[in-house]
Design a protein around this ligand. Sequence first.
Ligand SMILES: Nc1ncnc2c1ncn2[C@@H]1O[C@H](COP(=O)(O)OP(=O)(O)OP(=O)(O)O)[C@@H](O)[C@H]1O
Ligand SMILES: [Mg+2]
Length: 385
Amino acid sequence: MDFAEFCAPQPERQRSEPAAPPVPRAAASQTARTSAASSEAAGNGRIKNMGASTAMRICSDQVVVDMRSALKELVENSLDAGATKVELRLKEHGTELLEVCDNGGGIPANDLDGIALRHHTSKLQTFDGLSKLSSFGFRGEALNSLAALGTLTISTRTAADKVGTLLTFGRDGAVASRTPLARDVGTSVSVANLFEPFPVRRRELLRAAQAEMRKMLAALQAYSLICHTVRFNCSHTTSKGKAESRTSLLQTEGGAGGYRSAVASVFGSKQLRELTPLSAQGGGLEVSGLLSLPRAGFGRRTSDRQYLFVNRRPVDFPRLSRLINDSFRTATAKSECFPFVILNVQAPGEAFDVNVTPDKRTVLFSDEASLLNLVSDMLAALFTA
Ligand SMILES: Nc1ncnc2c1ncn2[C@@H]1O[C@H](COP(=O)(O)OP(=O)(O)OP(=O)(O)O)[C@@H](O)[C@H]1O
Ligand SMILES: [Mg+2]
């Protein structure tokens, strides 16, 4: 892939400076050639290329900044692989081990050497393909970052393989060892001791381990609600200070039960009773989901159960959240109340850009006003019915 062309604008720069005008493709590769030439020319000055391995170590935190983003990346890979079962195992709140096992298609033998190399992906080959992509991943960064930040191990088998393969990796993402292993079709990826090479971050992670696990669980709940046909299971094992104990943190049925069955599995049937379906279409957009009815006693004191998705991808969309909360508060005449909401916007790839921040949680719509009007009209009809 031509990476110069693909690379997203950095979020920090976006906040402080206006974005530079887009560089045409031919000009971009010309720029890349020119900068290579000028970096040779700068050989005697103070400004030098820091080298790929240093650059990788200081930039790898853009994708994986905490336990939650590590979990997100592994779960998304399992979903992209077509898994119908995803099992997560955490040891010591995930700080000792985070393992995600799936029954997806597995990784073909020819791909194994490049699997955790930077910008190596099976999902996107050209920038133009981005708007047609339906996978969660496309940047080819996640496994590479996890190899740099922890001890990465992968075991995998495709239906075409007689036997599976167990792989270990160096910090640069290159395969360090490859061993045959008996296993079912699918993939298991484990990350042990996240942030071990970065003692300050590691200490901070261990200090906040319980809070980190709560955030991981919230992220996992979002995937289990939107990917409701997939069966999720998450368990936590701890042996600190007492005999080893294992707790089930989340378990869903999967199958054809839709949003309602997922909500019942994750939050219980009491939560389900206050919800009504959402549905609207217009301008090529389709909205679906569930929302609290504006009745006394419904809704929550915090926004902890609000899940927004674009084409099933969990996103932060403050203007859409505000619209939903304001409409709900007006309808309930209660100022500090948040509805439970699951809302998925299904949109054509050209209608929005999700490659804005490395975690892909920021989404920009080319016609945001139409989307907000569609949702606003839908809520008005629902709350006056
Ligand atoms: N659980 C899995 N099952 C099958 N293939 C996988 C799995 N995890 C990773 N892969 C393969 O490894 C490649 C690299 O994964 P990685 O997460 O680093 O990048 P990506 O998913 O392509 O993009 P992104 O960095 O945006 O997530 C994927 O493109 C995919 O081909
Ligand atoms: Mg990925």
